[in-house]
Design a binder for this molecule. Structure first.
Ligand SMILES: N[C@@H](CCC[C@H](N)C(=O)O)C(=O)O
Length: 296
């Protein structure tokens, strides 16, 4: 009697924001939120903040419009199984995976995402630089918000990096407490689909540190889009606006899991550089997760 083959997977991280990577070039898998949450479960599953499904752009309805610009689509899911538009650390790990798996020979790789094309450049030192697009800072009532944890509240800046962020400058990173639940954010209408929340302190000139509570994942050790949102909020606060004054600016952003270097170029495009690591690869036991259940 032959045993059914299990599903191949990899595990990777970028500044300790960790991911289950599921190669699915032909888009044959149907990933329910429950299946994703099970895979990302840190006790009963593989364990991760999120999941990166690797699909050809032309094999996925959401990717088809991007197929002329990118071969691969990053289908990103949060640890609770919800879908998100973008994941900055994820794009670096995704690009590293494509190279690792021999799916590309290019060191500059266009990746399709729900927020559009992101281009990753693999460095010889293991670092990856990603063109993250331009930040949007909505003006008007939705441009600022109030973030609340327990009894404490802070004003926050709304920054859109393809996905939503509320950036709050605080005196100490511990001020927000253990972040066991999603911080409250008001007005709710500013974030109709929920938001990621970053707490930020200064470490020096053009150098900040953050903690993050990610929508759909909880507190994580890093968030690439969050770090970019923080960089932009800090730059505007410090009087820098490259797209307006033509002068690029670079910030160091420390996250609990490492360090990112983020530049806002004179054309307003944000570039983020940081590590991307493939940790392990293996096969899911078919007795634990029957691949047929994902191909239904
Ligand atoms: N960790 C990611 C962001 C993942 C998506 C986020 N939780 C959301 O729901 O928008 C990053 O590195 O950017």
């Amino acid at each position: 009697m032959s045993t059914p083959a299990g599903l191949p997977f990899l595990k990777g991280h970028g500044t300790e924001n960790d991911f289950v990577i599921l190669p699915d070039p032909d888009g044959a898998l149907t990933l329910s939120p429950e299946a994703v949450a099970r895979l990302c479960d840190r006790r009963a599953g593989v364990g991760a903040d999120g999941l990166l499904r690797v699909v050809r752009c032309d094999a996925l309805p959401e990717g088809r419009a991007l197929a002329g610009e990118a071969r691969w689509f990053m289908d990103y899911r949060n640890g609770d199984g919800s879908v998100a538009e973008m994941c900055g650390n994820g794009v670096r790990v995704f690009a590293r995976f494509l190279w690792h798996a021999g799916l590309t020979e290019d060191t500059e790789i266009a990746v399709g995402t729900r927020a559009g094309i992101r281009t990753a450049r693999l460095g010889a030192d293991g670092g990856v630089t990603v063109g993250m697009g331009r930040a949007e800072l909505p003006s008007g009532p939705g441009g600022t918000a109030t973030v609340t944890v327990g009894e404490r509240s802070w004003p926050a800046v709304h920054v859109d990096m393809g996905n939503p962020h509320a950036v709050a400058f605080v005196a100490e990173l511990d001020d927000a407490g253990p972040l066991l639940e999603a911080p409250g954010v008001a007005p709710a209408e500013a974030y109709p689909h929920g938001t990621n929340v970053e707490f930020v302190v200064d470490r020096g000139a053009a150098h900040v540190a953050l903690r993050v509570h990610e929508r759909g994942s909880g507190e994580t050790r890093s968030c690439g889009t969050g770090a970019c949102a923080v960089m932009v909020a800090a730059a505007r606060r410090d009087g820098h606006d490259p797209a307006a004054d033509g002068r690029a600016v670079t910030y160091t952003v420390d996250v609990p899991g490492g360090r990112l270097s983020i530049t806002e170029r004179a054309d307003g495009v944000i570039e983020m550089t940081g590590p991307a690591v493939i940790v392990a690869e293996g096969v899911l036991d078919p007795a634990w997760l029957d691949p047929a259940a994902l191909r239904a």
